[in-house]
Design a protein around this ligand. Structure first.
Ligand code: URA
Length: 279
């Protein structure tokens, strides 16, 4: 498959995902493409569509040119085009939660003792469709104050590393294994992690990124169950469900050990290279 075709198909799949359609059925060659049913579902008279978008009684010999969604494009026509290219999908079915739903479920959480000392729940930000998710340990004082993850000194270093990869903070998603600040910035305790981490797992499932980067040992242990020291594990990729996970030092550790920043850069280069084929 050419890169261009790959990109085009990815753009179409994203367009479908926006519509809530997650599954496709390909009709066997020879069975024709769009049916009257799909035309009826679009609510459009096929004759009113440009010839190139009309249902064709014969299968196309080569992959059609698939245009990515463009701002201002007429969605009904795009839907009609899409349905004329693929077998009509079943009715839209939502099979996963949204980040908003997860946030609502978290509510004014009082599930563990961390609730008592927190000012703000730090749920996570930014891109709900991120290819890359960073997972830290837990909010510190600045994060607790602002309600946003990684906005203090460690966050500034993380921002620099994100830029170093040629990305923007808005492109990624950042969260933590616990959503409330542990007193005195201590490491979260096991029962606190057990209570809170299911929300993180649900966030990752909602986003379905290509890569989850564990920042520091607590994130590595929580997501990957790895008990080894992070020094031996950092810089490596692991399977994580249907996606991949990567382990890097926590930026706060680098602030305390600035000579290790070179290693952090090397690890972020690996992340950049991993994501490259799709960027
Ligand atoms: N350290 C973390 O682990 N998370 C934050 O959000 C900020 C600092």
């Amino acid at each position: 498959m050419t890169d261009r075709l790959h990109e085009d198909i990815a753009a179409w799949l994203e367009f479908y995902r926006d519509l809530g359609i997650e599954e496709f059925y390909r009709r066997e060659p020879g069975a024709g493409f769009a049916t009257r049913r799909s035309e009826v579902e679009t609510g459009l008279d096929p004759e009113s569509l440009p010839a190139s978008t009309r249902a064709s009684p014969t299968p196309q010999p080569s992959a059609p040119h698939l245009a990515p969604r463009t701002p201002g494009a007429e969605p009904r026509v795009m839907r009609a085009q899409a349905l004329s290219l693929f077998e009509a999908p079943p009715p839209p079915r939502r099979d996963r939660e949204t980040l908003e739903e997860i946030r609502q479920d978290l509510g004014d959480c009082q599930r563990c003792r961390l609730a008592q000392g927190r000012k703000t729940i730090v749920f996570g930000e930014a891109n709900p469709r991120a290819e890359l998710v960073f997972v830290g340990e837990g909010p510190g004082a600045d994060e607790d104050e602002q309600g946003l993850p990684f906005v203090g000194r460690a966050g500034q270093l993380l921002n620099r590393m994100i830029q170093f990869m040629g990305m923007k903070r808005e492109e990624v998603y950042i969260s933590n294994i616990v959503k409330c600040r542990p007193p005195g910035n201590r490491t979260p305790e096991k029962d606190e992690i057990d209570t809170c981490s299911p929300f993180l797992f649900r966030q990752i499932e909602a986003i379905r990124p290509r890569l989850v980067c564990c920042l520091g040992a607590p994130a590595m242990k929580t997501l990957l169950g790895i008990k080894e020291g992070i020094t031996r594990v950092r810089g490596q990729f692991f399977d994580y469900g249907s996606t991949k996970a990567f382990v890097a030092y926590h930026p706060a550790y680098i602030l305390r050990n600035p000579r290790e920043e070179k290693i952090l850069r090397e690890d972020f280069e690996k992340i950049r290279d991993f994501l490259k084929p799709n960027r």
